[in-house]
Design a protein around this ligand. Structure first.
Ligand SMILES: Cc1cc2nc3c(=O)[nH]c(=O)nc-3n(C[C@H](O)[C@H](O)[C@H](O)COP(=O)(O)OP(=O)(O)OC[C@H]3O[C@@H](n4cnc5c(N)ncnc54)[C@H](O)[C@@H]3O)c2cc1C
Length: 386
């Protein structure tokens, strides 16, 4: 589709649904119906079957019109689950889930990590067993961001204990209101409660909850994980730039300390590099497969976050010890630099740790010998577990 036609569609959307006079949910739905959610997806799935590069034009035009974005309301849904359903789902699953996911009427969470399976995700133990036409799920997930708000979760579970660890997995779309699903919030050191433990106790899932073929869950999850890295990089890039905060604090101090000035300048340069990597990864991600650039952006962004938040705290001096007060929900009332400093620690863990990102880059980009994962064909049930 020519760019001019895409621009006309954006114009029509803005004419018929002026952002300032349209409730956000209605606007998001209309954007999906116009094929402007993800232009490269098929018609009817929020797209136009167009070139993914045209998404940038859509974002620019809608940004200029100050149209709202549903991304912050449903980051896991839009950033990770949407691309996974679009890629691996049946027509019926795409028709059922993508629109309310995009409009954030149905928030999603990712049910992958377990207490004994984070970096080595393929070793996970949550079981899904066939029972007639249904599945019965038992097990425990942890770190489930937004689990307390989610209507649905993307679950990775073990369906074959005799297969090697990453061949016996299957992915499911789980209604979080199903009987036997229990969500228990966890509180983190910032005071916020972003993630949860989720328990499955004889949870019955219908046959059509299965996403992708049985035993192919690892392939499905790989789509999710690659998009997750891009998505996290994107969230980090859209947050108020801590390098700007550092620049502001340094100017306010009014001193000419050359060491601090050097650190501020370095952090500003790093943050620009991070922005450009994220932009490139985002563009590649629109084709559905961001490749290793997502891991580069994730690693760079997470390590930069530690350095730049350390600098902000150094610049604050003794004021850095003044943590904002806690509200009735137990979370700090203000997103102060002190809170961001503590939260930045999580950047090197969420979506795959920095060590794991280095392993991926070493193996896939540099072609170095593979990390030792033990015998490849050993059945999961014979692998020693904690
Ligand atoms: C804020 C936040 C939100 C999250 N949200 C979600 C979510 O919504 N859904 C979800 O499923 N998960 C989520 N996670 C979980 C996240 O994906 C895992 O924490 C992460 O993959 C690491 O797993 P782990 O915590 O079990 O650590 P482990 O895997 O036990 O790792 C412990 C340490 O060992 C290192 N290590 C492990 N293996 C290797 C190796 N092969 N080589 C070198 N070093 C290694 C790690 O780098 C780490 O330092 C979230 C995590 C955080 C922090």
């Amino acid at each position: 589709m020519p760019e001019a036609d895409v621009a006309v569609l954006v114009e029509q959307l803005l004419d018929q649904h002026p952002p300032y006079d349209t409730p956000p949910t209605e606007f998001f739905g209309a954007r999906f119906d116009a094929g402007l959610a993800w232009v490269h997806y098929p018609v009817g799935c929020g797209g136009l079957g167009a070139n993914p590069e045209q998404q940038r034009l859509v974002e620019e035009l809608l940004g200029a019109a100050e149209a709202p974005s549903s991304y912050p309301l449903n980051p896991i849904g839009l950033g990770m689950v949407g691309p996974t359903i679009a890629h691996h789902g049946t027509d019926a699953q795409r028709a059922r889930y993508l629109r309310p996911l995009y409009s954030a009427e149905e928030v999603w969470c990712q049910l992958f990590s377990e207490p004994g399976a984070g970096s080595d995700l393929a070793s996970l133990a949550t079981r899904a067993e066939r029972d007639g036409g249904e599945w019965i799920v038992n097990g425990e997930k942890v770190w489930t961001s937004l689990g307390h708000k989610a209507a649905f979760g993307l679950l990775l579970a073990r369906t074959d204990v005799d297969a090697p660890k990453n061949r016996g997995l299957t992915t499911f779309l789980v209604d979080m209101r199903t009987r036997g699903v229990e969500v228990r919030p966890l509180r983190q050191m910032t005071g916020h409660s972003e993630f949860n433990e989720v328990y499955f106790d004889d949870v019955r899932l219908p046959a059509d909850a299965q996403l992708g073929p049985e035993g192919m869950g690892w392939q499905v999850a790989t789509t999710t994980l690659m998009n997750e890295r891009v998505s996290i990089g994107r969230v980090m890039a859209t947050m108020a730039s801590p390098a700007e905060t550092a620049k502001h604090l340094f100017s306010k101090r009014g001193d000419r300390n050359p060491v601090l000035r050097d650190r501020v300048t370095r952090m500003w340069v790093e943050s620009e590099i991070g922005r450009l990597i994220t932009e490139r990864a985002g563009q590649l991600g629109q084709t559905g497969d961001p490749g290793p650039v997502g891991s580069i952006g994730k690693l760079f962004g997470a390590e930069h976050a530690l350095r730049v938040h350390n600098l902000v705290v150094d610049l604050l001096g003794p004021d850095a010890m003044l943590y904002p007060p806690f509200g009735v929900d137990g979370a700090p009332v203000e997103q102060a630099p002190q809170v961001n400093f503590l939260r930045s620690r999580a950047n090197t863990i969420e979506g795959g740790t920095s060590e794991v990102m280095r392993n991926i880059l070493a193996e896939r980009v540099l072609g170095l010998p593979r990390d030792d994962h033990g015998p490849k064909d050993r059945p999961w049930k014979d692998i020693p577990r904690n």
